[in-house]
Design a protein around this ligand. Structure first.
Ligand code: MN
Length: 258
């Protein structure tokens, strides 16, 4: 019930990833970094032993306090979302993995790529767990407002301008009927795409209509916004732009390009 900060283990890990990724890029050792993500991005680089971007099957600590995203996302929503909804996906995923004897050594990403071989329970909970782990990291208390560098350039090439991109992304989020997610992803041609998926599906799944590696995802389930915004999903989407952790998104994009 408290708003006290959670342990910053995830943030520490994040800093380590950024540092080590930059180090790897500097010495040309990219093939051992982020191998799962690179594979999903269609890279010809062989999968190495790093696996740093392989999402663990267990719920990781929230990288900020429940109230850190106020006033855009309220503390109560964050607490329920993280401790009930997202925790539930992680625990149900664990049960499904055991029941269906699914491999866990290659990260959740590898499982999602073959999700059609598994049960509906696996699909919902592997997707739910992965999506939320990405969602928490893709936000921070003071977002940068917009991307920079190669990602900004690619967004302008692909969508004409950052403003046009925001409109298209928000439209995907607003028009997703019922529960689901909006995505910015890199497809197998390394092109940026916007899509949306129902329920807890995502672009990594072999069943997705638009496949690729998610760079950024927005949860538009009512549980993500209803306490503060009620039926006004569009207001939640407008507010959420203030929270986007663009440096995190850019790091993912950089890895996908290699
Ligand atoms: Mn959610």
């Amino acid at each position: 019930m408290s708003d006290s900060p959670k342990p910053l283990l995830h943030a520490d890990r994040r800093s380590f990833l950024i540092t080590s990724t930059k180090a790897a890029l500097a010495i040309g050792a990219g093939s051992v970094m982020g191998s799962s993500l690179l594979t999903a991005c269609g890279s010809s680089k062989p999968a190495g032993g790093g696996g740093d971007f392989r999402t663990p099957f267990t719920q990781q600590p929230l990288p900020y306090a429940y109230n850190a995203l106020e006033p855009f996302i309220d503390a109560r929503t964050m607490e329920i979302h993280y401790t009930k909804h997202a925790a539930g996906y992680a625990s149900n995923l664990d049960a499904a993995v055991k029941a269906e004897n699914a491999p866990t050594d290659a990260g959740v990403e590898a499982l999602l790529g073959k999700i059609s071989k598994y049960s509906e329970k696996m699909r919902n909970n592997a997707g739910g767990h992965y999506n939320h782990e990405l969602f928490w990291q893709s936000m921070k208390a003071k977002g940068e407002g917009r991307p920079e560098g190669a990602l900004a350039a690619a967004i302008e090439t692909q969508f004409k301008s950052f403003g046009d991109f925001k409109l298209q992304f928000a439209d995907a989020a607003k028009t997703r009927f019922g529960s689901g997610w909006a995505w910015l992803l890199v497809d197998s041609n390394k092109k940026l795409q916007i899509s949306s998926t129902p329920n807890q599906d995502n672009p990594l799944m072999d069943v997705a209509a638009v496949k690729g590696t998610p760079l950024l995802g927005l949860d538009v389930w009512e549980h993500a916004y209803y306490l503060k915004y009620q039926n006004k999903r569009a207001d939640y989407i407008d507010a959420w732009w203030n929270l986007v952790n663009w440096s995190f998104v850019q790091d993912r994009y950089t890895l996908c390009l290699r």
